[in-house]
Design a protein around this ligand. Structure first.
Ligand SMILES: *Cc1c(COP(=O)(O)O)cnc(C)c1O
Length: 452
């Protein structure tokens, strides 16, 4: 199948009422700013300028034969929004263009994206290697829920020398997983190192690129095979719409490691014996994800959310540099305060990941800072209570400056000792620096330190 026939690259937008379609703007040809504003939706002559919300669960056809071909993956077109929706496809492919991937699939949340990215290539009896420094929700998904499904995830220190990882690989290892910038400790993943390790053992590297966004880092350029995001964070930015995305680079050669990935390289009985790699080439992983996982599990992003997400994308290239500049100044301010016991922001020279950040995040390290104030649980939560406009929210990476204190919020059931063991000491505060005037943000922090 060539690119022009691929349903995911060229969704069938010649349905008369639609009035436009997805247009690929490659990040090799256009700058990210241009893709953010002009990418994705392209109106037909006289078509609507804004991306329409196709708020329809289903699509009508004239003959049963036409619809039958869609079910057999023989023709491209929409039939049920649990699998595909044009609003979603436009936005997913626009984000894939920003990342430099071949195709993307939107999911209902970042959690669904992490789950699908792995479950698409691993099943009961398989083994996955993940960095231990990952978002708490992902950690639960991997350590508890995937385990119940029979997939064993082994957690490794992401800062070991390259040679030390060979011992973790087994014949049933199916992928390696990490976060470009970890949540909440903002450590930087050495993507090239992990890509080399994964490829040496014939498996893909999956990277969660939520915090950098493609504006600050594009993991595919460093050898990563599959990129996921919680679009709930910066990509939306406005804290309006929960969502996620799975993007395939199209670079991993599944057929070369066919014995490890039978789901992609041997016939799928639920599609009359079609083999994804043979039928769809570089789109095999993406089409399997839509045709099997979306069909069977759902978790499609609603088209209204995709529309809101697209609004965020149109200014992503303007917002990310401001988050990074503001966070750099706030981090320097925090580092200068006697009340701060420890701070990590990869843009600070004192950060152990400063050199990695120069390589992977040359344009800025985004807006998230981890720091600890002196004292315990009480001192940290009293400090937070003194903020004037900085909000206490279970969220991160959005337009407004917000703060979360894991010991008082997300991890409040844990004892001080348990928190220490989990690498989240009682005093740890995650500050997500927003787009306000940086002087106002610093003034709010300063008065919270001083008005004891
Ligand atoms: C929030 C987050 C997730 C989970 O995303 P949801 O949209 O909340 O499901 C995954 N990874 C990272 C790095 C996150 O910050």
């Amino acid at each position: 199948m060539n690119d022009n026939e691929n349903p995911l690259l060229n969704p069938k937008f010649d349905i008369p009422c639609i009035g436009g379609g997805y247009k690929k703007l490659s990040n090799k040809e256009y700058s990210l700013a241009t893709i953010c504003t002009q990418g994705g939706w392209q109106p037909a002559n006289g078509g609507p300028r804004a991306l329409p919300i196709f708020q329809s669960t289903t699509w009508r056809y004239a003959t049963s034969e036409e619809m039958g071909k869609l079910f057999d993956l023989e023709a491209s077109g929409y039939f049920y929004t649990r699998l595909q929706n044009p609003t979603d496809d436009v936005v997913a492919n626009k984000i894939a263009d920003l990342e430099g991937g071949v195709a993307g699939v939107l999911t209902a949340s970042g959690q669904a994206a992490s789950f699908f990215s792995i479950f698409n290539i691993a099943s009961a009896g398989d083994h996955v290697i993940s960095s231990a420094s990952i978002y708490g929700g992902t950690l639960n998904l991997f350590a508890v829920t995937l385990k119940k499904l029979g997939i064993e995830v082994e957690f490794v220190d992401q800062d070991l020398p390259e040679e030390e990882y060979d011992k973790y690989f087994r014949p049933n290892t199916k992928c390696v997983f990490g976060e470009t910038l970890t949540n909440p400790n903002v450590k930087v993943l050495d993507i090239e190192k992990f890509a080399r390790i994964a490829h040496k053992h014939g498996v893909p590297l999956i990277v969660d690129n939520t915090f950098p966004t493609p504006i600050n880092c594009r993991p595919i350029e460093f050898g990563c095979d599959i990129v996921i995001h919680s679009t709930t964070k910066y990509l939306d930015g406005h804290a309006c719409a929960t969502g996620g995305i799975v993007i395939d680079s199209g670079n991993f050669d599944w057929d070369k490691h066919a014995d490890k990935f039978p789901g992609l390289t041997t016939p799928d009985e639920s599609y009359h014996g079609l083999t994804y790699t043979k039928a769809f080439g570089k789109l095999a992983y993406t089409i399997k994800l839509v045709a099997q996982l979306m069909r069977d599990i759902g978790a499609q992003q609603g088209p209204m959310n995709a529309f809101l997400l697209n609004h965020g994308l149109e200014t992503l290239h303007l917002r990310m540099p401001r988050h990074s500049e503001n966070a750099q100044k706030v981090a320097e301010f925090l580092e200068s305060r006697p009340e701060v016991e420890w701070i990590n922001y990869p843009g600070l020279k004192s950060s152990p990941d400063y050199e990695l950040a120069k390589k992977y995040l040359p344009n800025g390290c985004s807006g998230v800072i981890a720091f600890r104030v002196k004292g315990g649980r009480k001192e940290a939560s009293e400090f937070i209570d003194r903020f004037r406009f900085i909000g206490v929210e279970t969220h991160v990476a959005e337009n407004r400056t917000i703060v979360l204190h894991p010991a008082s919020h997300t991890h409040r059931q844990l004892t001080d000792e348990q928190l220490e063991a989990a690498g989240i000491p009682v005093g740890l505060i995650r500050l997500s620096v927003g787009l306000e005037d940086v002087n106002d943000i610093i003034a709010d922090l300063k008065q919270a330190f001083e008005n004891k």
